[in-house]
Design a protein around this ligand. Structure first.
Ligand SMILES: Cc1cc2nc3c(=O)[nH]c(=O)nc-3n(C[C@H](O)[C@H](O)[C@H](O)COP(=O)(O)OP(=O)(O)OC[C@H]3O[C@@H](n4cnc5c(N)ncnc54)[C@H](O)[C@@H]3O)c2cc1C
Length: 380
């Protein structure tokens, strides 16, 4: 109901490109634990990497719902990993540049990112600072020529291929906590920045890296906004990130449910179909209800965003929490309906089972979401 005809047309063009140029290759990419950078340029050439960025920078000038459409159609490509890599680029690492950057920073970085020539990553997490971002230890110190960066980052999506990092570091004193953080634009080629690839339980086609930052010299104008504004900038970014991640997880759940329905109709046992058992039908009905209701909630929050009223943090946290739970439930229940076939690596449901687990951890864990919801409810 919230999508216009223009959104529907955009959905069809993204779906067409995904079917032709992404889905046929995802099995190969998952097996290789990698996918080519050309996915970004293909999406950039089609105008899909700048849906809500102004045309001045090569974007489409669209709205937040357009980003939701892109995330949902990408999530239907058969590899949540590829979809996540693209979402990190389009809806996590680059929007803060538009929101908080100077004209020079926007002109320097956004056109290349929107064209897909530069891949972007966002680097917040550290070994001792995940849920507790304010405990960040990576330091940026002022020098005569700019900033000196020392530290490390962990679990950074697109970290191996990124040409640009939106990187959080401490510019204040440790006792300043959240008030002492700032965001920096760090180019991938910066001397002193090195990367190590991490292997994961799932999301295999996406790259996840540990970054080491040893004596990395940054120019004066590499800071995004004012020193000390980093934490509130990250909180702004995380709102958009969580809603996009929720939409993406639910689109993946819809796709998984789609092929499970097909399987239940086709699978013969005890002289009948799996779908003929009432327990199967009721299970499917519950999943269908969960996915539909959760999706509707996410869409309503996204529409609110476009009306110029950012949804309250508590409601965004609810959307992420519910999407993660629904995705996990769909993954586990659908795998069960496939029986032994569901446990085979070659079956899409087993990939979805592994990949969907991340939703309850990345971008803020379930427990952190509950803290945000409780704080809002208790007005703390
Ligand atoms: C595949 C993958 C990709 C990622 N991509 C990125 C990326 O691109 N950029 C980036 O910056 N980060 C990224 N992350 C990091 C991710 O956001 C963090 O892993 C996540 O926020 C959790 O932090 P942590 O791993 O340090 O866990 P911890 O914070 O150590 O949490 C451990 C446990 O403690 C619980 N806990 C934490 N706080 C509380 C509390 N107040 N009350 C009760 N329980 C609590 C948690 O819920 C969890 O169960 C990625 C992670 C993964 C796995």
């Amino acid at each position: 109901m919230v999508f216009s005809e223009a959104h529907q047309a955009f959905r069809e063009s993204v779906a067409g490109l995904v079917q032709r140029q992404i889905t046929p290759f995802v099995d190969e990419w998952e097996a290789q634990h990698d996918f080519p950078d050309s996915v970004f340029t293909t999406l950039g050439d089609a105008g899909f990497l700048g849906t809500r960025f102004p045309e001045t920078y090569g974007g489409q000038g669209g709205d937040y719902l357009s980003s939701i459409v892109l995330a949902e159609e990408m999530a239907s490509c058969g590899s949540a990993a590829v979809a996540m890599a693209v979402s990190v680029h389009t809806d996590m690492a680059t929007p803060p540049i538009l929101q908080f950057g100077t004209s020079a920073q926007k002109e320097k970085y956004l056109p290349a990112c929107i064209a897909g020539r530069t891949v972007a990553a966002i680097a917040m997490t550290e070994a001792n600072a995940g849920s507790d971002l304010a405990a960040m230890e990576t330091r940026a110190t002022r020098t005569a020529h700019g900033w000196l960066l020392e530290g490390s980052k962990l679990y950074i999506t697109n970290g191996m291929r990124a040409g640009l990092f939106l990187l959080a570091a401490r510019t204040g004193r440790p006792e300043d906590g959240a008030h002492g953080l700032s965001l920096f634009l760090v180019e991938g080629a910066a001397p002193g920045l090195s990367r190590r690839r991490l292997e994961k339980l799932g999301m295999n086609a996406s790259d996840t890296a540990e970054l080491s930052l040893v004596h990395v010299e940054l120019p004066q104008d590499s800071i995004l906004g004012e020193p000390g504004a980093g934490f509130s900038q990250l909180m702004w970014e995380l709102r958009g990130e969580r809603l996009i991640a929720a939409a993406s997880a639910l689109a993946g759940a819809r796709a998984a449910l789609g092929y499970t329905l097909e399987w239940c109709r086709e699978r013969r046992l005890f002289g009948t179909s799996l779908a003929s058992f009432q327990v199967t039908r009721h299970t499917l009905a519950e999943l269908q209800t969960d996915v539909t209701v959760a999706t509707s909630f996410v869409h309503s929050l996204a529409a609110q965003w476009d009306q110029g009223v950012p949804p309250p943090d508590g409601e965004i946290a609810m959307a992420k929490l519910v999407a993660g739970r629904v995705a996990s439930r769909v993954a586990d229940t659908c795998l069960q309906l496939f029986g032994g076939a569901g446990y085979m690596a070659e079956m899409p449901i087993s990939r979805y089972f592994r990949d969907s687990r991340l939703m309850r951890i990345g971008g803020g864990t379930d427990e952190v979401m509950k803290e945000i919801i409780a704080r809002a409810a208790l007005k703390l």
